[in-house]
Structures are given as C-alpha cells and as structure tokens.
Design a protein around this ligand. Structure first.
Ligand code: ZN
Length: 114
C-alpha cells in the first residue's frame, strides 16, 4: 500500500506499474504513475549552474533520502527550495526534492531506469 501522505516512502508493492529503479543498485525508487507535471510537462530539461543540460522527470513522490538544509539557490521551480535526493541504498544522486507550495521530486533520467 502507498502511504497517502505526500512523503517519500512508496513501498514497492501492490501496483501493476513496473518501478523505475536506481540505475546503479536497482532499488525501486519511483513509479511512472507518479509522474506529475509541475507548471509544465513532467519530462523537462534544465541547465544547472555550470551550464550542463539536465534531463529530468518530475514525480509527486519518490523513495529517496535527503541530506542538509533545503535551499532556493538556483532553483528551477520558483518558490520551491531543493535538497539533493539520493538513493537510500547506494547513495548515488538521483535528483532533487523540491519543497514549497508543493512537494515533488525531479529525478535525473540518466539516474533511473525502468
Ligand atoms: Zn542505488
């Protein structure tokens, strides 16, 4: 069962949807059915502060861990602070968790695989 709260603990059970997995350790970290467009389509590209194009997909929930305080510096979503979202098992960065009016995740397409 999913926790109905908009939190980061979707258990990988009770769904026909194949999970998206950490590309490194294959831990289930998100579901396609949880893709959610945030002021635009769910599949987006953004430039990071170093000018590198990042392809991400936004999700309304994901199974990640977060360290450190949230910051609005260079945020891609105005009004939303972010923290790095990492794989709870292997620790690789999967994307970012955004917090503000809404809570959502932007996961790097290259960091997750179906
Ligand atoms: Zn992993």
């Amino acid at each position: 069962m999913f926790d109905p709260a908009p939190e980061d603990h979707p258990a990988p059970v009770d769904t026909d949807d194949d999970p998206l997995r950490c590309a490194v350790c294959e831990l289930p970290v998100a579901y396609r059915e949880d893709r959610q467009g945030i002021d635009g389509p769910a599949a987006r590209t953004f430039f990071n502060p170093a000018g590198v194009l990042m392809a991400v997909t936004t999700f309304r929930r994901a199974h990640t861990q977060h360290d450190g305080p949230a910051t609005t510096e260079f945020t891609w979503f105005p009004g939303h602070a972010w923290r790095i979202a990492s794989c709870p098992r292997c620790g690789v960065q999967l994307g970012w968790r955004f917090e503000g009016e809404r809570v959502f995740w932007a996961l790097l397409d290259r960091a997750i695989s179906g």
